[in-house]
Design a protein around this ligand. Structure first.
Ligand SMILES: C[S@@+](CC[C@H](N)C(=O)[O-])C[C@H]1O[C@@H](n2cnc3c(N)ncnc32)[C@H](O)[C@@H]1O
Length: 258
């Protein structure tokens, strides 16, 4: 089960690596700004960026002076990240192929650990979080930025269902309360939380994930036919151009290692 989920991540992101580097949604977002505000990276920081993808978060940390070890388990994403590193001349970022559950870092060595837009792909987020807590020193910061589910279980299940039908490597999105609880269990005292929103357009959303045409139609019908509560929670709206707009809440959560 866990291995299947990880194989699904590798195959999904191996296909997406090239376009990911040019994706405006991923290069910049309100969530990344909030992550940088909460993480407050600086020249004194040894940082680890977990599930770095093509390195956008790692580059933002390095641009503020941090030395960064950036890890990901999809080789194609790291290849693109290395090309971008050369193009940007950011030699203070080192990339390494690794699983979030097994970081190639000694305990208590990092000042800062970040993880953006990836936790919903982890088959065992508690295991990955406890690994992040292991590598950060006492008083160090762990910042996770991810789309998050409503507290209402039925709405959360619906969000997961839509996400999985679009991208089989989606595991689950957690609610803010559940994320807080997981942080605290790992010895990470939550000191700040910022909520933002990810606005999406259906046609772009399914195209990016390579969803086949017949599945697109049923997914679109699912959004437009959802209950009024779901349509309100996910801001579903049929636009004048025929596309459907909707969106997810995004959480940025800072925990300090006790
Ligand atoms: C949406 S992308 C990453 C975005 C990136 N953090 C950023 O800020 O642009 C998700 C990444 O998570 C990686 N990933 C998913 N599960 C992982 C795991 N268990 N260990 C390491 N990387 C993982 C995927 O390979 C993929 O590159």
């Amino acid at each position: 089960m866990v291995d299947d989920a990880k194989a699904s991540v590798r195959s999904q992101f191996a296909r997406q690596a090239a376009w990911y580097t040019v994706s405006a949604v991923h290069r910049h977002s309100a969530g990344l700004d909030a992550l940088l505000r909460l993480a407050a990276p600086g020249p004194a920081d040894r940082a680890v960026d977990v599930a770095t993808g093509t390195g956008f978060t790692a580059f933002a940390l390095a641009a503020r002076g941090a030395r960064v070890l950036a890890v990901d388990m999809t080789p194609g994403m790291l290849e693109e990240a290395r090309k971008l590193r050369e193009a940007r001349g950011l030699g203070t970022v080192a990339f390494c192929l690794a699983d979030a559950e097994s970081l190639p870092v000694r305990s208590a060595c990092a000042d800062l650990v970040t993880c953006r837009h990836a936790a919903h792909h982890f088959p065992r987020l508690p295991a990955a979080l406890s690994e992040m807590a292991r590598v950060v020193r006492t008083g160090g910061r762990v910042v996770v930025d991810d789309t998050c589910a409503p507290e209402d279980r039925a709405l959360a299940a619906l969000m997961d269902d839509w996400e999985r039908r679009r991208d089989p490597s989606h595991v689950t999105s957690y609610s803010p309360a559940r994320l807080r609880e997981m942080f605290e269990r790992c010895g990470l005292g939550v000191t700040d939380v910022v909520m933002t929103h990810v606005p999406l357009r259906f046609n772009d959303w399914v195209r990016r994930a390579g969803v086949p045409a017949e599945q697109r139609a049923s997914l679109r019908a699912g959004l437009l036919g959802a209950s009024p509560a779901a349509q309100a929670a996910f801001r579903v709206r049929l636009e004048d151009d025929g596309d459907v707009s909707f969106g997810w809440d995004e959480i940025v959560i800072l925990g300090v290692k006790r």
